[in-house]
Design a protein around this ligand. Structure first.
Ligand code: AP5
Ligand code: MG
Length: 191
């Protein structure tokens, strides 16, 4: 299965993906992690991406799409994957649909983790990633609201969206995530 996790910064996408990979035995594709690796290795893509990430802005679509496309072609993604933080704009979502369709594949389901802003800020303050700075974090939230939130409607219209309350313990949220995944699996079997 190909499942997307969407949510604002700090919503718990990475945390829930760590649990889901155990259950589904598919690779976890986090575009944020991929970009941070490029930045660490000081590749041309990483150096370009850093100028956006340092400000809490999305990196340009073309930079991300090439990276994801290469990763999706790897043999370990044949049986499915978890997409964490991708797509994040409507053009990215349309390109993903196109890339998958060309391989006779599709997105099976999309999980939205909904978390109120005050809780996101609490989580960000408790963590110390480089972009967990109050000013950058405010930009990351704004990027989500303006550029990524419209995807919820895009996937809802396709009947693929499961919106989940992202408040509670990680285990409680994982129970909700598993319920959504079972629904996606039934839909994929045409039930
Ligand atoms: P990315 O790395 O994807 O960051 P993000 O979306 O801002 O989200 P985070 O990774 O901060 O949060 P998360 O939802 O994974 O939560 P987590 O599980 O870590 O992207 C970084 C940057 O890369 C972007 O700003 C952009 O510049 C660029 N980028 C990436 N993808 C892109 C794309 N497709 N297009 C363009 N640009 C792109 O949890 C957060 C914290 O909360 C942790 O400390 C965790 O332990 C804690 N926590 C988790 N669950 C709970 C819980 N239930 N209760 C309490 N604490 C919890
Ligand atoms: Mg993450």
């Amino acid at each position: 299965m190909r499942i997307i996790l969407i949510g604002p910064p700090g919503a718990g996408k990475g945390t829930q993906c760590q649990r889901l990979i155990e259950l589904l035995k598919v690779p976890h594709l986090s575009t944020g992690e991929m970009l941070r690796a490029e930045v660490r290795d000081r590749t041309p893509a990483g150096l370009e991406a850093a100028t956006y990430m340092d400000q809490g802005q999305l990196v340009p679509d073309q930079l991300i799409v090439g990276m994801v496309n290469r990763r999706l072609q790897a043999s370990d993604c044949r049986g499915g994957c978890l997409l964490d933080g991708f797509p994040r704009t409507l053009p990215q979502a349309e390109i993903l649909d196109d890339l998958l369709e060309r391989r006779a594949m599709c997105v099976d389901g999309v999980i939205e983790l909904a978390v109120p802003r005050d809780e996101l800020v609490r989580r960000m303050l408790a963590r110390k990633r480089e972009d967990d700075d109050p000013e950058i974090f405010a930009n990351r939230i704004a990027s989500f609201e303006v550029q990524t939130a419209p995807l919820l409607d895009y996937y809802s219209r396709q009947g693929k969206l499961a919106s989940i309350d992202g408040l509670g313990t990680a285990d409680e949220i994982f129970e909700r995530v598993q319920t959504a995944v079972k629904r996606f699996a039934r839909a994929a079997r045409g039930l």
